[in-house]
Design a protein. Structure first.
Ligand code: FMN
Length: 171
């Protein structure tokens, strides 16, 4: 088992693309959050926005990995209506507390990532130790490496991984 778990929700694959790149850089374990129902069709976007903005969770497949087994987490998720997407909310609710220190990797088409971070902070009860926000355009044009490289390099220190292990550290 690695020190870091990257836990990822990605509906169309953009977040996943960056999170998998980060996985290699960090030598981390990786898990996709799988929703119980596929979001398809013209109403899926509206329903997703509504669920997210109302602070709703959704049904997800049983997690294979648990936050408590790791020294640190990276939460990789898209911005949904300036709120936490229901699948990541569900995963976080299923984990015990306290959670290990964590960083956030947020993707979005435009703006609002800080609101997402605030929602994560509220749910976990502690702020992220580092964060990176990327736009769909940066990802589609492969214009994110210049931002991802320093982010990845900062994580061992930001997440306390450069210290010897003295039991589990909380967020
Ligand atoms: C339901 C829903 C709501 C969204 N709300 C926002 C938003 O408020 N602001 C924004 O910039 N992007 C918003 N987006 C766009 C996504 O954050 C963006 O496309 C993201 O990169 C998608 O990641 P994915 O491909 O990993 O699913 C929304 C997307 C969906 C599906």
């Amino acid at each position: 088992m690695k020190d870091v778990l990257i836990i990822c929700y990605s509906r169309t694959g953009l977040t996943r693309q960056v999170a998998l790149d980060l996985r290699v850089r960090l030598d981390a374990d990786f898990e996709d959050i799988r929703e119980g129902h596929r979001r398809r069709g013209p109403l899926a976007y509206l329903w997703g926005r509504r669920q997210a903005s109302r602070g709703m969770a959704c049904e997800i497949a049983q997690p294979l990995r648990w936050a408590a087994d790791y020294r640190a987490l990276v939460l990789a998720l898209p911005n949904w209506a300036g709120a936490l997407c229901p699948a990541m909310r569900a995963w976080l609710l299923e984990q015990g507390r306290p959670l290990p220190p964590y960083a956030t990797l947020i993707t979005q088409s435009d703006s609002g990532a800080d609101q997402v971070r605030a929602a994560v902070t509220q749910l976990i009860g502690a702020p992220d130790r580092a964060h990176l926000c990327l736009t769909d355009r940066q990802i589609a044009e492969q214009d994110f490496h210049a931002a991802l490289t320093p982010f990845a390099r900062s994580l061992p220190s930001a997440l306390g991984l450069t210290q010897p292990t003295k039991g589990r550290k909380s967020a």
